[in-house]
Design a protein. Structure first.
Ligand code: HEM
Length: 181
């Protein structure tokens, strides 16, 4: 496995954890009961939501850090912090950084929830939706080989991300529809 493979796997793991986290969060918002409904088991959705958030942030932070070890093209620390002049696909890298900043903001605000108060925490928590849009845009269109900026959208990793994007989009649609009723 190359450094670039490791970087891609960390990014894919972050997308998987973020999607599961989003789904659990929406179930909690809809007061879903795993005892009354499927799988008829006692499950702590809150703890699951918290743990998937820890995994998302840990994987999303290590994914760009590993890029610093790639020999070519060379990424500098500045390219990760503000990727507007980073190699190959700077705008898409910027979308990834934007997603990361929003995820970290939502995560930290959740740790400080009692101090911030519910209204502010809730408004900050809605930033997960633009974060999801940016992270799917970034992870579907980036070239995992860092070659020509033209990714194969039917490669295994991309199909995983595309499926996660479709499931998340449908879940958001269902949540909006059920809340409306
Ligand atoms: C400073 C922030 C970020 C930078 C500079 C960055 C940069 C990159 C680069 C250069 C690639 C192509 C090389 C590779 O596949 O490893 C890539 C791919 C990818 N990134 Fe990021 N990224 C950032 C944040 C994120 C975040 C927050 C996520 C998800 C939560 C993410 C998920 C992915 C995924 C899934 C891929 C594609 C892997 C594949 O197609 O196999 N990235 N990123």
């Amino acid at each position: 496995m190359t450094i670039l493979d490791l970087c891609a796997y960390l990014g894919l793991g972050a997308v998987g954890a973020a999607s599961v986290n989003l789904l659990i969060g929406m179930l909690m918002a809809l007061r879903y009961s795993p005892v009354r409904n499927w799988p008829h088991l006692r499950m702590n959705l809150f703890a699951l939501h918290q743990w998937t958030a820890y995994c998302t942030v840990a994987l999303a932070l290590t994914h760009p850090l590993v890029l610093l070890l790639v020999k070519s093209p060379r990424f500098r620390v500045y390219d990760l912090v503000w990727p507007l002049n980073s190699p190959l696909q700077p705008k898409l890298n910027l979308a990834g950084a934007g997603a990361l900043y929003l995820l970290v903001l939502v995560f930290v605000s959740s740790l400080l929830r009692t101090r911030l108060g519910r209204p502010l925490w809730r408004n900050l928590h809605y930033l997960v939706f633009p974060a999801a849009a940016l992270l799917f845009l970034h992870s579907i269109l980036t070239d995992p080989a860092l070659k020509d900026g033209h990714p194969d959208l039917l490669d295994g990793g991309k199909i995983f991300v595309e499926a996660a994007a479709v499931v998340s989009l449908v879940a958001v649609g269902v949540r909006v529809w059920l809340r409306g009723r």
